[in-house]
Write a protein that binds this ligand. Sequence first.
Ligand code: ADP
Ligand code: MG
Length: 240
Amino acid sequence: MISLEHVNKFFGEHHVLKDVSLNVNEGEKIVIIGPSGSGKSTLIRCINRLEKVSDGHIFVDGIDITEPKAPVQEVRQKVAMVFQNFNLYAHKTIIQNLTLAPIKVKGVSKEEATKTGMEYLERVGLADKAHAYPSQLSGGQQQRVAIARALNMHPEIILFDEPTSALDPEMIQEVLDVMIDLSKQNITMICVTHEMGFARQVADQVIFMDDGQIIETGTPEHFFTNTQNERAKEFLSKII
Ligand code: ADP
Ligand code: MG
């Protein structure tokens, strides 16, 4: 479903992704961990072309998105993203947040987008907030809305960039529960998160990044019991 081949990314002189290769199968759940500044966000932002790679190739569902003529809109319909800070539209209601992109980008009718949007709000437990504004919701509720909004595009792939790290501790689990529920579906998920309980529960592979490189890949169990790399060990000892 996703294939990165020798991807390099520079910001000016700064070499941020260094020869990164990675394959993710359809339906797989990947967790990416690693210190701040190691390139995790840049890596997932390259997968939906929020960033362009400097060289190498990225294939998403067979499309080489690094080609200059790549159909970026088509790719963005397949790949949804959930950010650390929710990024909801402050001046739109919750249901409008969910229906805007399907209507504008996919050409779905308002009735249909509203119907499926309400189903997703139901699923994240927030149907009663459909006509509220984002500022009237807690951080955990806003993030659950952001996930419902992503799902209302019916993506094949969903990318999460530290979805719980801006939340008060008591709200983290409600968001993780929505993500765990989602992981039971055949959707491909890549999650940058340091919630290792979540990783243990859902991840097929955990990837440890450091200084722009994938240093170690393994099952969650491997990372808990058998990490080889010293930097990965040291990092894990700080977050577990
Ligand atoms: P992480 O998500 O692992 O914390 P990032 O991918 O955000 O790491 O950043 C990797 C490196 O790239 C950092 O050194 C960061 O300062 C740099 N970087 C990220 N985005 C930009 C940008 N738009 N312009 C310049 N440098 C950037
Ligand atoms: Mg980041």
